[in-house]
Design a protein around this ligand. Structure first.
Ligand code: IPE
Ligand code: IPE
Ligand code: MG
Length: 233
């Protein structure tokens, strides 16, 4: 593969439609979605991608029916618990974006345990957006800087207050599920990310789908506003 992104971010969308198409409850789609996550995540790390960010639960998803959000939180807790040991052997460090303080206590416990366990790992970073919203993240950072007495805010200081402090911006954002939008995901960090959309629903996403996205990424010319040899002609 020619040019590999250092950081990919995935908006895992389409679980509900995947289940409905099979006349199954939406929660079945979410459990299959967790399986797709496991396959994709481990494949990405095995290829040498250093950081994988995923959107697991947005601030807007809080307004979904309670039964669905509870099921989702339970699935995420199970996954984080199970994956903790693997993260340890694979030297993957966990990072969380979002305010988890109001999420179910068992999920918070699983997260804190995994964060502690993997804190010193240097093999790769698994970054989960959990009760995450880009606008929330930006306001939280601004308010922190204001509370610290800042009158002016520069980009470097601002980025230190984001959930992604110390991480490079995503090179590639992948959205399965057919929608062409960011849905409040990594708004600041997405400024120069390459975007890849596919109609494949998240539970059907697999190694081959990730390969397609990476191949497409390999063809993109990232200009960052500059004139390059290619676009000068
Ligand atoms: C999963 O897909 C993403 C989450 C919000 C957890 P959805 O649950 O949004 O599935 P669709 O978009 O309704 O098909
Ligand atoms: C985005 O999916 C959020 C996650 C994948 C966690 P949504 O299904 O919530 O997005 P919208 O509502 O279609 O924009
Ligand atoms: Mg959706």
């Amino acid at each position: 593969m020619s040019k590999l992104p250092e950081h990919i971010a995935i908006i895992m969308d389409g679980n509900g439609r995947w289940a409905s198409a099979r006349l199954m409850p939406r929660s079945y789609g979410h459990s299959q979605g967790v399986k797709a996550l496991d396959v994709t995540l481990r494949y990405a790390f095995s290829l040498g991608i250093r950081i994988v960010s995923v959107y697991a639960f947005s601030t807007e998803n809080r307004s979904r029916p309670r039964a669905e959000t509870e099921r989702l939180f339970a699935l995420l807790r199970e996954y984080i618990d199970e994956y903790s040991d693997k993260m340890q052997t694979e030297k993957i460090k966990l990072n969380i974006m979002g305010d988890i303080s109001k999420l179910p206590a068992d999920l918070q416990t699983a997260v804190s345990k995994a964060l502690k366990l993997t804190a010193n790992n240097t093999g790769g970073i698994f970054n989960i957006g959990l009760n995450y919203g880009g606008r929330d993240e930006i306001l939280r950072a601004v308010n922190k800087l204001l509370a610290a007495g800042n009158k002016n805010i520069n980009a470097d200081e601002f980025e230190k207050e984001l959930y992604t402090a110390g991480l490079p911006d995503p090179d590639l954002i992948i959205r399965p599920g057919g929608e062409l939008r960011l849905s409040n995901f990594m708004l600041w960090q997405a400024a120069y990310s390459e975007l890849y959309f596919t109609d494949v629903l998240w539970p059907d996403f697999d190694k081959a789908e990730l390969q397609k996205a990476l191949q497409e990424y390999g063809k993109r010319e990232r200009r960052f506003g500059k004139v390059t040899e290619k676009n000068e002609k």
